[in-house]
Design a protein around this ligand. Structure first.
Ligand code: NHR
Ligand code: GAR
Length: 223
């Protein structure tokens, strides 16, 4: 039984591309890509792979509640088991988050819990941090505050700019997200009593580090 995935985007969709490229076909199928912005490259990427697309332009709605209600109706038409935010730039209402409880993931461009919200690369540089990165987490009402699943860190180097840093962080994002999607689709990743669990084991409050799971025995077939 394949996991039906709907991906929400707002922009270029490089994470979407990584998800499409690295989805385990035995485990999941991306059944639709939904954008709140018309004309973005991510929609074209989906069409190129023969994946259904839809646009729900938030500027046509009076408030967040009515937009999110329409978004739920649209998404539910695809009967998803999992909803993935991939560069989706609209804050979602508590009602939306509750509707997709335990089946809603986000990737955030920082080493959460540092730098929730926007402009993460600039903020990491201004703070003089030595490292930066990206995190995949379950989405809850608290913005970028849901249980952490998997993160990856990169060094900040002399002369770094927000743009250069963003590009290097994104390379890590493209490793993290497909991995987590495939875990979820395999039934290995769950949200239990507010804690993320992999293979039934609670993941610590800082999430797993990709660098430490690469050779994890749990990744071995039949391990
Ligand atoms: N919604 C909830 N309830 N919880 C989360 O953790 C969410 C969420 C919606 C999106 C992604 C998030 C990120 O990874 C995300 C996580 C947009 C904003 C934002 O301020 C902040 C965080 C995230 C996404 N958006 C502005 C707004 O008013 C619009 C900004 C724009 O359009 O450029 O919605 O960083
Ligand atoms: C990604 O870096 C993602 O982490 C970030 O936007 C980029 C989207 O790129 N997400 C957020 O900032 C959410 N607020 P993409 O469209 O090429 O995947």
């Amino acid at each position: 039984m394949s996991c039906r995935v709907v991906v929400l985007i707002s922009g270029s969709g490089s994470n979407l591309q990584a998800l499409m490229d690295q989805a385990d076909p035995e485990l999941c199928q991306i059944v639709a890509v939904v954008s709140n912005r018309p004309g973005v490259l991510g929609l074209e990427r989906a069409r190129r792979q023969g994946i259904e697309t839809a646009v729900l332009d938030h500027t046509g709605y009076a408030d967040r509640d009515s937009f999110d209600r329409a978004l739920v109706t649209l998404i539910d038409g695809y009967r998803p088991d999992l909803v993935i935010l991939a560069g989706f730039m609209r804050i979602l209402t508590p009602a939306f988050v509750a509707h997709y409880h335990a089946r809603l993931l986000n990737i955030h461009p920082s080493l959460l819990p540092k730098y929730k919200g926007l402009n993460t690369h600039r903020r990491a540089l201004e703070a003089g941090d030595q490292e930066h990165g990206a995190t995949v987490h379950f989405v809850t009402e608290e913005l970028d505050g849901g249980p952490l699943i998997l993160q990856s860190a990169i060094p900040i180097v002399a002369g770094d700019t927000p743009e250069a840093l963003a590009a290097r962080v994104q390379q890590r994002e493209h490793l993290l997200y497909p991995r987590v999607m495939n875990w979820f689709a395999a039934g290995r990743l769950q949200l239990h009593n507010g804690r993320a669990c992999l293979d039934g084991d609670p993941i610590g409050p800082n999430g797993l580090r990709l660098e430490n799971t690469e050779f994890d025995m749990r990744e071995m077939p039949d391990a």
